[in-house]
Design a protein around this ligand. Sequence first.
Ligand code: NAD
Ligand code: FES
Length: 276
Amino acid sequence: MSFAILATEPLAPQVTRFRVSAPRVARSHRAGQFVIVRVEANGERIPLTVSDADADAGWIELIVQAVGHTTSVMAGLGAGDELPDVVGPLGRPTDVEAYGTVAVVGGGVGTAIAYPAAVALAAEGNDVVAIIGARTKELVILEDEMRQVAGQVIVTTDDGTKGRHGFVTDALADLITERTIDRVIAVGPIPMMRGVAEVTRPQAIPTVVSLNPIMVDGTGMCGGCRVLVGGETRFACVDGPEFDGHQVDFDILDLRNRAYLEFEACHRQEPSDAHA
Ligand code: NAD
Ligand code: FES
């Protein structure tokens, strides 16, 4: 069985949205879950979060940043091409309850993962405030989509070319002094998620982060995705990918991901954390 690519759309430099025919995944997927994709028949498996799905039409959407060999090959595919493997949905869905006001924070490509959480939280009646940040204006993604589901959208850019000048964490720090925020969900690079957890820690605002460690099998067997949360080893693929941001050991996560990046640089392969 293979999985046809129905359409592609460039969202930003190096960032593409793929609509893929995967009826079984589309039927059972919930926000926060991911699939493991193989782009070449015997190639590497990469975890990709499902950013949208239509159960009736039988498609899922994946947003992919070309960061290495496999994701660059995928970026070169178009409508009519096929993916040999799409396995999932995997991982635990996002916890979605009526919390009140929820800040959904997306850093760069992490916005692709934050978006389905925003949709699910809004559908549950939460007032969603979206904070989406990127290095520069061309890299801001899913702003229009976020405006459809969030009562307030704050855009930040590191260089000030769009929205507020600064990091998403700066906007969040101000937001929590201006409004009561009942919960925060943050997805993006490790320093950003660590920063978000530090911003919310003094007020003990429940804060969920979506981790992107190395993944291989995605089924809890290989141990590749282990992370330390509250002093306990957890597997991001089956226990996560979302965890309590105040309990995550970001130092260990960063070290493990860096070690792999160094290995990758030597072997000219790509990281499996193209998790978007
Ligand atoms: P980036 O480095 O351009 O950062 C995006 C935004 O995050 C910045 O604009 C800023 O607002 C915020 N940010 C970055 N560093 C920060 C810091 N030190 N303190 C506070 N805020 C900070 O991001 P990118 O290039 O789009 O993403 C690349 C990284 O994100 C990769 O490492 C990738 O693995 C990771 N990623 C993680 C997930 C996930 O599931 N957690 C998903 C997609 C991408
Ligand atoms: Fe192998 Fe999680 S990816 S245990």
